[in-house]
Ligand binder design. Sequence first.
Ligand code: ATP
Length: 270
Amino acid sequence: PSITRGVTVEIPKVSWEDIGGLKELKKKLQQAVEWPLKHSAAFSRLGVSPVRGILLHGPPGCSKTTLAKAAGHAAQASFFSLSGAELYSMYVGEGEALLRNTFRRARLAAPSIIFFDEADVVAAKRGGSSSGSTTVGERLLSTLLTEMDGLEQAKGILVLAATNRPHAIDAALMRPGRFDLVLYVPPPDLEARYEILRVHTRGMKVDVDVDLKRIAEDTELFTGAELEGLCKEAGIVALREDISATVVCNRHFQTVRKSLKPALSREEIY
Ligand code: ATP
C-alpha cells in the first residue's frame, strides 16, 4: 500500500471467505458496496441513487475493518483508509486539508472506498460551544459533510465508517445521502466462532485431536481478534515445547485458552 501521512491506499487482499460468520451482514454489504461501485451506470440509468455512506458499529476486534476491506476487495476498489484519531491530532487546518485531498484522490481513482476508523472522533456531536469559535472536531465534521454532499455528482465513491460509539456520531451524518445504511457488527456467536477458528487454522498444521467445535463452545465472549490470537499463540506454544514439532495439538490450544480472558463483558454487547 502507498502511505501518505495519515492515509493509506491499496486494493485490499482480504476476501469474504476470510471472515467467519456474519453471513447476512456480508450479503447486505455486498449489495450496498459492490453494486453501486461496479454498476454505477445502471443506477443512473434508472435514476436510483445508491447508498453513499455506510456506518459499521460494534465492539472492537469484531471485524469492522476487515469487512470494509473485503468489500473493497470484492469491488476491486481503491481503498483509502483514514484514522479519525489521527486526523484529530493534526495541526490546525491539516486534518481538513487531508480530508479534502483524500476525497479528491478518491474521485480520480474511482471506484473507491474511503474508510474512516474511529469515525466518532471526526464525526462527534457538535457541542454548540457558546464562545463562537469552532473546535477541531467541528471543522473536521463540517468538511466531511461538505465532501459527502459533493458525492452527489461523483460516481463510484463510497464512504465507510467504523465506530465503537455510534451514539457519539452527529445526527447530521445520519441524514439521507450521507450514512444511509447503519449496520451492527456483533461479537461472534457459537457458529461464527467456529468459522473464525477455521479461518485462522486454515494455514496451520493441526493435529486430528484438535476439536474446533469444542474450542468454539469454550470461548464465549471472545472477539474475532482474540480467536485469531488464540490460534497464533497455540502455534507458538507448540514450537516452544518442541522446535521440531510438526503439528499443533489440542493441549497447546488448551494451554493458551486457560491463560486468556475475553475483554468483552456481557454488558458491553448491545
Ligand atoms: P477495531 O474496532 O478495534 O478497529 P474491528 O472491529 O475493526 O476492530 P478488525 O480490525 O477487523 O476489527 O479485526 C481485528 C482482527 O481480528 C483482524 O486481524 C481479523 O483477522 C480478526 N477477526 C475479527 N473478526 C473476524 C472474523 N469474523 N473472521 C475472521 N477474522 C476475524
